[in-house]
Design a protein around this ligand. Structure first.
Ligand code: ATR
Length: 308
């Protein structure tokens, strides 16, 4: 690709950011779609987040991604925020608007699109969610939004799981009453509380006459701690038909191995990472990315992971 005077710049801000996969996603998408774009990484110190957002706008950057630890810190510096990102309290994508940037969250739509790709349905399913941090909270909202029949949040600290359960259940009640405009849940289920909080070891009290989708939403097991999983007990994994890990490095986590060893299937977080990028790219360029191109870029990410 020729870099010239018309080339538009995009990038991700984070701290640290040097191991990001996002340049692999976006530079390959730009090459395949014929857009004159270049995407790079910007290491931004925590105290400089506001200056970085203002500077990016002044330099006419087409858009930005935002990663850890800046996803919430960036919010006060935005001109507008998409309602989903506001509800989640985390922004990972900035799109230019009149006088500044509008913030979006493409992580959860990315997880949803990855699950669709992998043939993992949410609607009507009983889902176990492991973890109760910021990511798990967003996943719980996404699952409730998409009609999960029941969400069991299992966390080391019960209190944090209870806080998310309370918040998501009350959000579901509000959306049934139509007060915040979300109508994705069926009105017939009015008053129903889809989320239950439990301690990690309480999995043994889950009904054992059925199998669950289990989503792991903590950083346990992430490189370099690849031999760790939040639950090691194989009795837990006997309950799991499909394991979904949001961790993408390593490609196969201990959680995924344990799911498979107990007879289930499992998927890692690399496709979620791909689709959050694709949705951001679609917002920046107005182009829609085909499944075929998504699969091609996924292969490039796998190549890049080999040298990670
Ligand atoms: P994030 O915002 O990225 O989700 P976080 O808010 O720090 O991160 O949340 C981390 C999650 O990982 C929490 O659910 C945490 O459990 P606690 O709420 O009990 O702290 C979970 N976690 C971290 N280390 C863990 C471990 N060794 N075993 C079990 N859970 C762990």
């Amino acid at each position: 690709m020729d870099i010239n005077g018309h080339t538009r710049v995009l990038g991700v801000i984070g701290n640290p950011v040097e191991h990001t996969m996002s340049p692999v996603i976006h530079n390959n998408l730009a090459a395949a779609t014929g857009e004159n774009l270049v995407y790079t990484a910007f290491h931004v110190e925590n105290e400089n987040v506001g200056d970085a957002v203002k500077g990016a706008y002044a330099l006419n950057l087409l858009g930005m991604n935002v990663t850890v630890p800046h996803k919430s810190a960036v919010i006060p510096y935005l001109k507008e925020i998409d309602p989903l990102a506001g509800r989640i309290g985390a922004v990972n994508t900035l799109v230019r608007c009149e006088g500044g940037f509008k913030g979006y969250n493409t992580d959860m739509p990315g997880l949803l699109r990855a699950m669709e790709h992998d043939g993992v349905a949410i609607k009507g399913e009983e889902i176990i969610l492991l973890g109760a941090g910021g990511v798990a909270r967003a996943v719980a909202m996404m699952l409730a939004d998409n009609g999960a029949a029941q969400i069991y949040i299992l966390n080391r600290s019960l209190k944090k799981a209870e806080e998310i359960a309370r918040e998501v259940n009350s959000y579901c009640k509000k959306s049934h009453s139509g007060s915040d405009g979300n109508n994705s849940l069926e009105p017939s289920k009015e008053g129903f509380e889809p989320v239950k909080a439990m301690g990690l070891e309480e999995f043994s009290s889950l009904p054992s006459d059925r199998k669950y989708i289990a989503i792991h939403a903590t950083s346990v097991g992430m490189h370099p701690n690849t031999e760790e999983a939040v639950i090691e007990d194989e009795k837990f994994y006997k309950l799991v038909k499909t394991g979904y890990d949001i961790v993408f490095n390593p490609l196969e986590t201990k959680f995924m191995k344990l799911c498979k060893a107990a007879g289930g299937e499992s998927f890692g977080g690399l496709r979620m990472l791909l689709y959050q990028g694709i949705i951001a790219y679609e917002l920046w360029t107005g182009k829609s990315i085909s499944d075929n191109l998504a699969d091609e870029v996924y292969e490039k990410m796998l190549d890049a992971m080999r040298n990670f």
